[in-house]
Design a protein around this ligand. Structure first.
Ligand code: SF4
Length: 413
């Protein structure tokens, strides 16, 4: 129970630094081959080497995803890739395909192996089986409830990992050909187009083009539309059940998402470990999770009385927008890199690790040449007067409903 790990996605180097800064014990990253999330900013070998050094310098761990299902012709390339990866010293590989597991055992036998959620492990006998094959850790299927996790723990001493937060499939994770069928983009090769979240209509076969109005709202119906997982309330139960690692989903998510979600789970884990008997849930943690872009939250199947997985609409919601990153700190001022437009006079919030946050009004700013700046645009770098505790990598955000708020688009999220 003392060694519970908070495992956080790191889609690129900036997100990796943010994840470590905001409280991750370990990060998972994709390389440029054989990891799902084809569109994430995956790491090349040089970047991976830097990422490993950076993570290990902080005494933390880094895992590489190799969780695609491979075709016969892929294996020569896989062996070459494993050879190239071997000297980098990542702490483990996340795999799905038993063939990949077998090749790792041949080429790099001492590497720790974690079994991906794509394998859909749902019982202790499967855990024993995979342990006998040389797997060190298993990510359990999201479909399990707490009692089932306890039963699995009692049957096997393998390391157990569970997803606690993020998007979910409507199929068993990744076991779905919808994207392949509709777009030729395979979910199990990291290219899912998420067609389960598209709007669908009913058409009678002899009347092509005539759509029957089966509506849940004005935009259509959402027959396969999953909520987002949020097991913040269940953190103590999961730790007590013997889970070793709590994993956050989302290598495609933004810097702000990584920071905000990581610091909340860090706070909950630390509060529980510091005083398990006196642990009290802080409602501010849940409010914090509402400030990032998300679909309606669900606990999925974890408590047996809650199977409310389906969302009634397809909208993402959030109460705040990510507007900037602190890139440099000097006495009385910080250098900000803008992500969304904001201006002098706006009331904004600075967030840092350990649930630190400061609300303040933006004072007159200047650019790096010393010229006054009234409106901070996305990607602009400006000096912002600021007094208080702040560090490089802290983030700025702004409530969405302020009068005069203008969004510069979804790129900030
Ligand atoms: S289409 Fe939906 S259910 Fe299927 S793999 Fe993609 S996200 Fe998962």
């Amino acid at each position: 129970m003392d060694t519970i790990e908070l495992l956080v996605p790191a889609g690129d180097m900036d997100k990796l630094k943010t994840a470590l800064r905001f409280g991750a014990d370990a990060v998972y990253v994709g390389g440029q081959q054989f990891g799902l999330r084809a569109a994430a900013g995956n790491f090349n070998l040089d970047q991976l080497s830097q990422a490993v050094d950076l993570t290990h310098d902080q005494g933390k761990r880094i895992y590489l995803t190799l969780n695609a299902y491979l075709r016969p012709d892929d294996f020569d390339e896989l062996d070459d890739y494993l050879e190239a990866l071997r000297p980098l010293g990542t702490d483990g590989y996340i795999v799905s395909d038993p063939g990949v597991l077998q090749r790792i055992k041949q080429v790099d036998p001492r590497r720790e192996i974690h079994l991906s959620t794509q394998v859909n492990t749902t019982n202790g006998y499967s855990c024993r089986f995979w342990q006998q094959q040389g797997v060190d850790r298993l990510n359990l299927a999201r479909e399990l409830n707490l009692e089932e996790i306890r039963q699995i723990r009692s049957l096997s001493d393998i390391e157990l990992e569970v997803f606690v937060h993020g998007a979910m499939c409507v199929a068993y994770s990744g076991r779905c050909l919808l994207s392949t069928a509709l777009t030729a983009r395979s979910a199990n090769e990291g290219a899912c187009a998420q067609p389960c979240r598209w709007n669908y209509a009913l058409v009678e076969e002899t009347r092509p083009g005539q759509y029957f109005p089966i509506e849940e709202d004005g935009r259509g119906t959402y027959i396969m539309n999953s909520r987002d997982l949020c097991l913040l309330d269940q953190v103590p139960d999961l730790i007590r059940a013997g889970v070793n690692s709590l994993k956050i989903e989302g290598r495609m998510k933004t810097l702000y998402y990584v920071a905000a979600v990581t610091r909340v789970y860090r706070a909950a884990i630390d509060a529980f470990l510091a005083d398990p008997a006196g642990y009290q849930f802080d409602p501010a943690w849940r409010e914090e999770l509402d400030k990032v872009s998300h679909r309606p939250y669900t606990t999925d199947y974890l408590p047996t009385d809650d199977a409310a997985v389906h969302a009634e609409d397809s909208r993402y919601r959030r109460t705040h927008d990510f507007i900037g990153v602190v890139r440099q700190v000097e006495e009385g001022r910080v250098l900000i890199e803008g992500r969304n437009r904001f201006k002098v006079g706006d009331e904004i919030e600075l967030i840092g690790p350990k649930m630190c946050q400061h609300r303040f009004v933006v004072a007159p700013c200047e650019d790096e040449a010393g010229q006054p700046v009234a409106t901070i645009q996305p990607n602009a770098r400006v000096w912002l007067p600021f007094e208080g505790a702040v560090g490089v990598g802290d983030l700025l955000r702004r409530e969405k409903d302020q009068p005069g708020w203008v969004s510069s688009g979804p790129a900030g999220q």
